[in-house]
Design a protein around this ligand. Sequence first.
Ligand code: SAM
Length: 250
Amino acid sequence: MEQEQKAAYIKTQFKEILGLTTDDSQIEKLIKFYDMTVEKNKVMNLTAITEFEEFVMKHYVDSLSIIKVMDLNGKPYSLIDIGTGAGFPGIPLKIMFPELDITLFDSLQKRLVYLDEVIHELGLKKIVTLHGRAEEFGRKLDYREKYDIVVSRAVAELTTLCELTLPFCKVGGRFIAYKGGKGDEELKSAEFAIKELGGKKGKTCEYDFIASGVSNERTLIEICKATHTISKYPRGGGKPFKTPLYIVSR
Ligand code: SAM
């Protein structure tokens, strides 16, 4: 596909599905990030999706769909992307909403080294990478309850995920979980965990899009941080994964 066709494809999908307009510099960065990811993917496991149109839908449109539950335009929020992997949703959010102050967090250092290259090549500002495990960093004073927005996609089931993410969120801030079609079931199971961790259910938004002729269902779940997370959370020793809080509550 030629550059111009790629640009036109991004512009159309962003406008139709998200109501977002893009300028030339944003389009250039989005195409460059795609090119870099596909190239690096030859030597490092970054993504199973390498076909351009599918990449735009499943990585870009999906990452940016947060705007269905929250206005980010011109907002200088601090945002941490827990388990960013190959940079989703963090990098597309930075490209489209440059005022955000973004931390890309992951436990796998080599992906973060690659993301540092991306940040440099694309000339992105106010964005850093941070290496560690969420269960550990969520206890550290420098990171605990320091972010306006916490986002996470494809990292863990919602109950576990709330324990990994809500400790990072300021009181008055929000955690947005990017989920598939069964988001409402996960939300029901996570009710105890959300309350226990100081959260309160916010908006949810279900939507779908077609990629490679197949319909993809998505749910965005907003959890508002209502009160401080009590100091025993997040638990160490792999507990958020081994004994998620819905088991503990029984
Ligand atoms: N968010 C990206 C996406 O949607 O494409 C990546 C998803 S990938 C399936 C999950 C990522 O979460 C991996 O990069 C992994 O290293 C990271 N991860 C898993 N558990 C983590 C933890 N406890 N703390 C920090 N990162 C974690």
